[in-house]
Design a protein around this ligand. Structure first.
Ligand code: GDP
Ligand code: MG
Length: 846
């Protein structure tokens, strides 16, 4: 029997910007019957580009999850018979209607994090390529990101209607640059061999599909082999070659295909479509990208989209076929199924070995845990309010269930559960494992939070379920920032409320408040990222606020060790936070990741943003009691863990603003020491005063280091991937290494081929990749290898500052053809000269 999950696909469309993701998605929605007309990116009328900022720029920023059925629902009586035929493999899965949850991901590098968090919840992906541009640096990047999560992928070569479209060449690039063997499931159909692009030839089913010219793509004439032979003999001949090549590629990766080939008496054409599909599924499921099914089309001309949808059903996995979800409980990581089956051993997370006892294998969780889901996206919808997109990983999330957020340690009821169809939302009673849906009106959940529902139905689930988290997404550190100010004092609260909405939507945005100046700073991944944030805040959310100039987010660090600095905070002297407390702080460069033996067993350590804060209380035991009679104790209203958390927060506040240039600190280790005799003043000592004292003491330690000349500036260094023609490589390298102070890491195809050879025992040899000739290739004698090697890629590490405005420069060096992508590699101490220049600039600007 076909169960719900078997007929569900959670897929993403990934691609280089402008490859045609949104255009393709619009066609998918149209053919599935969920929209009545085809939206147009260029007119700004698409369903998925729904933010005004996106429509204005014609790009997709926020990924939208949309559900539709493919093929459109057929009547149910027929369904049972069809289902049987599908189960026995006499019909392909695409004859049965599947529920497809589609996530349209953004392509811009500033939104890498958006892409990552979408990928995380996908079971499969369609990579759209621009048939003119071929594999671009960003295509490689998204492809590799999907590879990180082992997501089965197929490739769709789009825009074949355009002049200069080169399917064959793109296929070879797919092989060499994406590092897998292209398995051509289609070849393009150009009228008479070199005329207009009019359809595709299906290598699996051995038919030609000709699309009525200028139509909406629903009128398709199917040509069988005989028909093709008669009308397009050269194409029929090519189809034979393509079939042989497909069988060959699959045979090299799956013995089932070798058997099928022998059973078919070595006749490539006699192998059934079912055998081929089942073999492709098998090859894709591993998620290693060794076999890459390739499709052809021109979405804008409404050619070739339905076969890609069929392929989603036929080749990509259902949620049940994917590896189990990774989870963590405290410091222990494992798999969700193991946890449910009582096979996961949970350790406690303290530093000393003696206290690391194995707590249980936790049993009975399968009875307690009713549902477990990940909030992978939060969107503020102007009509429906906050929409929290979730993917259910286990059990069922019921409407009205009490959901505990294990990140926020808070619960709320899911009073409104929805499924989002193209442009309407449908309320549902429940969402089961493998499904994607929306909790509307949620007050707290943020992107990346784990939500669980328990049989106990209590506000807090029993331990250790309250700590259960699905594998979190790593958020890269922000490298650009700008100030953001309310236009008047009365707008301030509203601005902060709206900033909070933005932060729930996008965890790669950060907002900090400068304690001294009261200024609010917003930081993020790129200039465009912050500009969009501003547009969202001011344009969409209508906050009365102004964003200042966007600048690079440098960091400060200490190069020397301070003495211990003690400070007493007394509200009677300052008048802000209430109470009186003290703290001793010392700072030093942060080198080691673990505590040393000098620290007591129960010292609290907190690592954040590349800094480490350690809180020591040498005269107290783990419970906060004095070690001997001479030592002072804590007053009744404070526990040791409260003091530790108050101190940590104070140090973090100090770390947010360096002593030299007000940049956040990085690579700093702060050690705070509590001596109750000196730091606690009975009932006068409040949490807030402890935080304030810790902040003052830490700042004093920074000032001391600063007075010794021990503060240095760190700058973000980027991993840069440049794609360009062979002819421009020399000048690009020259420019990167001498004018921009960058360091070339790898060069072009040689290194890459070597790297690939290590990853894949069989090197991808271009001459062994089958691809049909491109129309312009007829009569040309240029070697294939030369053509594919025309594009080369350069990997380099370059300071972010030198990359500002680089696109324009690269374009001018490459006649407009060069592309690049970048992501943060790390923060690095600036060299003396660079630091001097920056300081002069900062002083000059002030
Ligand atoms: P995205 O950035 O990947 O979402 O790409 P879009 O769907 O926004 O498309 C980028 C541009 O390419 C738009 O101007 C589209 O009209 C155009 N485009 C998309 N698909 C095709 C195609 O098949 N043929 C042609 N000629 N243009 C296309
Ligand atoms: Mg788009």
């Amino acid at each position: 029997m076909w169960q719900n999950t078997d007929r569900t696909r959670n897929i993403g469309i990934i691609a280089h910007i402008d490859a045609g993701k949104t255009t393709t998605t619009e066609r998918m929605l149209y053919y599935s019957g969920h929209t009545r007309r085809i939206g147009d990116v260029d007119e700004g009328s698409t369903v998925t580009d729904f933010l005004p900022a996106e429509r204005a720029r014609g790009i997709t920023i926020q990924s939208a999850a949309i559900t539709f059925n493919w093929p459109p629902q057929v009547d149910s009586a027929e369904d049972v018979k069809t289902a049987e035929a599908v189960a026995s493999q006499s019909l392909p899965r695409s004859t049965l209607s599947h529920r497809i949850n589609l996530i349209d991901t953004p392509g811009h590098a500033d939104f890498t994090f958006e892409v990552r968090r979408s990928l995380r919840i996908l079971d499969g992906a369609v990579c759209v390529l621009d048939g003119v541009a071929g594999v671009e640096a960003q295509t490689e990047q998204v492809w590799n990101q999907a590879a990180d999560w082992k997501i089965p992928r197929i490739a769709y070569v789009n825009k074949l209607d355009r002049d200069g479209a080169a399917f064959g060449q793109t296929v070879r690039e797919i092989g060499v640059r994406l590092g897998g063997w292209p398995a051509l499931c289609q070849i393009p159909w150009f009228e008479g061999g070199r005329g207009n692009f009019c359809g595709v030839v299906d290598v699996v089913n051995l038919v030609g599909l000709k699309y009525a010219s200028g139509g909406d793509g629903k009128s398709i004439t199917t040509y069988n082999m005989t028909h093709l032979e008669a009308e397009e003999p050269a194409l029929a001949q090519e189809l034979r070659k393509a079939r042989a090549a497909l069988v060959e590629v699959l045979s090299e990766h799956d013995d089932a295909m070798v058997e099928a080939f022998l059973d078919a008496e070595e006749d490539h054409l006699a192998i059934t479509p079912a055998q081929i599909l089942s073999c492709i599924r098998q090859c894709l499921n591993a998620g290693d990208g060794k076999v890459i099914p390739v499709f052809a089309g021109a979405s804008f001309r409404n050619i070739g989209v339905q076969p890609v949808l069929d392929a989603v059903n036929n080749m990509l996995p259902s949620p049940a076929e994917r590896p189990q979800a990774e989870v963590s409980i405290g410091a222990t990581t494992g798999y969700l199924d193991d946890l449910l089956a009582g096979r996961m051993i949970v350790h406690s997370s303290t530093k000393s070995k003696s206290s690391r006892q194995a707590v249980v294998p936790v049993v009975g969780i399968d009875k307690t845990l009713k549902g477990c889901a990940l909030a992978f996206k939060v969107v503020n919808d102007s009509r429906k309010g906050m929409l929290v997109y979730i993917r259910v990983y286990s059990g069922t999330i019921e409407r009205n269930a009490l959901l505990y957020n294990t990140n926020l340690k808070q619960s709320e009821r899911a009073t409104n559960l929805l499924r989002m169809y193209a442009n309407e939302s449908v309320p549902v009673q429940s969402l089961e494992a493998g499904q994607i849906g929306v909790i509307a009106g949620s007050k707290y959940a943020r992107t990346g939070d784990t939500l669980i529902s328990c049989a106990t139905n209590k506000a807090v689930p029993p331990s250790p379920l309250d700590q259960l988290q699905l594998r979190p997404i790593h958020v890269p550190p922000p490298v650009f920032f700008a100030s953001i100010e309310p236009n008047s004092l009365k707008d301030e609260k509203d601005m902060h409320d709206k900033l909070n909405l933005l932060l729930r939507e996008d965890p790669s945005l950060h907002v900090t408040q400068d304690e001294d100046t009261g200024q609010t700073l917003i930081s993020g991944m790129g200039e465009l990222h912050l500009e969009i944030a501003r547009d969202r805040l001011v344009g969409d959310l209508k906050a009365n606020a102004t964003m200042g100039k966007i600048a690079i987010g440098y960091r400060e660090t200490v190069t020397q060790i301070s003495r211990s600095n003690s400070k007493i905070f007394d509200s009677s002297a300052r008048g802000d936070a209430k109470g009186k407390a003290g703290c001793t702080a010392a700072v030093e460069p942060y080198r080691s990741r673990t505590l040393t033996d000098e620290h007591s067993d129960y010292a609290l350590q907190h690592e954040q943003d590349g800094n480490l804060v350690i809180v020591e209380a040498p005269t107290l035991d783990r419970k906060g009691r004095p070690l001997d009679d001479d030592c002072a104790s804590l007053p009744g209203h404070l526990t040791l863990s409260e003091v530790q958390s108050a101190f940590t927060n104070g140090a973090l506040a100090a770390l947010a603003r360096g002593p030299g240039f007000s940049y956040p600190m990085r690579n700093v280790q702060v050690t705070l020491t509590l001596d109750p005799a000196k730091h606690i003043f009975g009932s006068d000592t409040s949490y807030a005063s402890l935080t304030a004292a810790a902040r003052l003491a830490t700042i004093a330690a920074f000032r001391e280091v600063s007075s010794m000349g021990g503060i240095a500036i760190m700058e973000p260094v980027m991993n840069v991937d440049i794609g360009a023609d062979d002819a421009s490589i020399g000048s690009i390298i020259q420019d990167i290494s001498s004018s921009r102070g960058g360091q070339i890491v790898s060069l072009g195809d040689n290194e890459e081929a070597e790297a690939n050879a290590q990853a894949f025992p069989r090197e991808i040899d271009v001459s062994r990749i089958y691809a049909p000739k491109d129309p312009f290739e007829f009569g040309s004698s240029a070697g294939l290898d030369q053509q594919v090697n025309k594009q080369r890629s350069i990997k380099a590490k370059v300071p972010l500052k030198e990359m500002i405005g680089y696109l324009k420069h690269l374009r001018s060096m490459t006649g407009g053809r060069g592309t690049f992508t970048m992501s943060v590699d790390r923060f690095e101490r600036m060299t003396g000269q660079r630091e001097k220049a920056l300081i002069a600039e900062l002083r000059g600007g002030a």
